[in-house]
Design a protein around this ligand. Structure first.
Ligand SMILES: Cc1ncc(COP(=O)(O)O)c(C=O)c1O
Length: 474
């Protein structure tokens, strides 16, 4: 494709994207396909000769769109928000257009330095201490894995450079709340600690936040048994209920044992741009690493996750590899992001944040987040006031955990009722919510935060919740 051909095709594609975004509110929220349906609709082999763009766009429209759950829909209340502002999409397109190869500073100095600038902008905007240094990772899962590798190496005196974890005398133990996201045990396992050395610390039965005294007791038990506490992963904004672990206390307890503290604020981190929400993060500056995702609630399209660490030298000692062909005369004076994480080749992800922040301005994000927080409070109040409905967890953020509990329905019958109405609502395409298990029983999470979701959309959702739960379909 020549640049001239690209210009014409690109205009057509941008028009298609703009039209698509405009009509999202009229689409069903949930993907409308069954397993294998998309594969069946596509040819078995790649075309030998070029096709017209119009044919590709037609397939995009007719085959691909029905196969997407519309997370940008104003009635999307599932999982967590997956914002994808059009401003950040422009940055992503610019990134592809520049085709920068981010393997060293020299391969694309701008890629490195814009990333330094935007991670510093966001550090400042979120009120974090100037000692933090940030890098962009693809996802929080990767950020947490990197943090666990760094924690492992600190606790084992950089054992990777000698006998590795197998040479460590005392088993190294990691602690997290029993409500930690699935990426947490995954990172702990992949970092080689072993499932036997992962402790799920008990949570408070009302707030679902980690109990500091239970953490303390778990650590004492491990030390008495000859094991060594290596890391604690504090969740600020758990996936289930957006609970906030007491990070200030966790930092204090961990410090006594020299354990690394990693903060998983994948969803809630965006709220740090609101000064009035920072009390939920009190103590965070005492942690060793923090991960949070602008690609959830801040607006920036996937994939854009921020990992901040305090001790960059330690991270580099764990992660660096410098074959001769990557050497340059500037090495002593520049940041080499390849040494701050796992991949060598990195995309110019900073551009989507840079475009988003420049084209929208930070205040617009603050206004949007405050809108979502207020909408969640409104929903929690109307649910709590309604007979047979319950709000099941504190609403500290933008997610409301609720259940319809008709008189006489308990146990598995209640579970069947909850799943039936939530699945029917999702299948209708009129809204999308996430059934999830809390305290062993199914409930429904309503997670507010799509860019397009206004109060009126939350009011419609409340009507739908009542319609589907109170008059269940056969
Ligand atoms: C608390 C928490 N941590 C981590 C993740 C994983 O995020 P990612 O998809 O960026 O790996 C999620 C995803 O929802 C989450 O809620």
């Amino acid at each position: 494709m020549t640049p001239e051909e690209f210009r014409a095709a690109g205009h057509a594609l941008i028009d298609w994207v703009a039209d698509h975004r405009e009509r999202i509110p009229s689409l069903p929220v949930a993907a409308q396909v069954g397993p294998g349906q998309i594969r069946e609709a596509l040819p078995r082999s790649a075309p030998e000769t070029p096709e017209e763009l119009a044919a590709v766009l037609r397939d995009l429209e007719e085959i691909i769109v029905p196969g997407i759950t519309q997370t940008q829909h104003p009635a999307f209340f599932g999982w967590f928000p997956s914002n994808a502002s059009l401003s950040s999409l422009l940055g992503d397109i610019a990134s592809g257009g520049l085709a920068a190869l981010g393997i060293t500073w020299l391969s694309a100095p701008a890629l490195t330095e814009v990333e330094q600038v935007v991670t510093e902008w966001l550090r400042e905007l979120t009120g974090l201490d100037p000692a933090w240094r940030g890098a962009i990772q693809d996802t929080a899962s990767t950020g947490t894995l990197v943090a666990m590798l760094a924690a492992r190496e600190r606790a084992s005196d950089l054992s990777e450079h000698a006998g590795g974890l197998q040479s460590v005398e005392r088993p190294l133990v990691v602690y997290s709340s029993e409500h930690a996201h699935s990426s947490v045990p995954k990172a702990v396992l992949l970092a080689g600690f072993g499932r036997d050395n992962l402790r799920y610390v008990e949570v408070d039965p009302v707030t679902y936040a980690m109990k500091a005294d239970a953490l303390e007791a778990a650590m004492a038990g491990d030390i008495a048994a000859g094991r060594r506490p290596a890391a604690v992963i504090a969740a600020l904004g758990t996936t289930g209920t957006t609970a906030f672990d007491p990070v200030a206390q966790i930092v204090e307890i961990a410090a006594r044992h020299g354990a690394w503290v990693h903060v998983d604020a994948a969803m809630a981190g965006s709220a740090m741009i609101l000064p009035e929400m920072r009390h939920l993060f009190a103590g965070i500056d005492g942690a060793d690493s923090i991960v949070w995702n602008p690609h959830k609630w801040l607006g920036t399209i996937l994939d854009c996750s921020l990992l901040y660490v305090r001790d960059v030298d330690h991270l580099v000692a764990c992660m660096s590899s410098t074959p001769s062909y990557l050497r340059s005369g500037a090495d002593d004076d520049v940041v080499q992001y390849k040494d701050w994480g796992i991949p060598l080749g990195r995309r110019f992800r900073a551009l989507k944040l840079w475009f988003h922040l420049r084209l929208e301005g930070v205040e617009a994000s603050r206004v949007r987040l405050r809108r979502d927080l207020a909408n969640a409070q409104w929903l929690a109040e109307v649910v709590a006031a309604q007979r047979d409905w319950r709000v099941l967890a504190p609403v500290d953020l933008q997610t409301v955990c609720l259940r319809h509990e008709p008189a006489g329905l308990t146990g598995e019958a209640l579970d069947r009722h909850t799943l039936a109405w939530a699945d029917a609502l999702n299948a209708s395409g009129r809204a999308f919510v996430s059934p999830s298990i809390l305290d062993g029983r199914w409930m429904v999470r309503v997670s507010i935060g799509a860019e397009a979701t206004e109060r009126a959309d939350v009011e419609v959702l409340w009507d739908l919740l009542r319609e589907y739960a109170e008059s269940p379909r056969a």
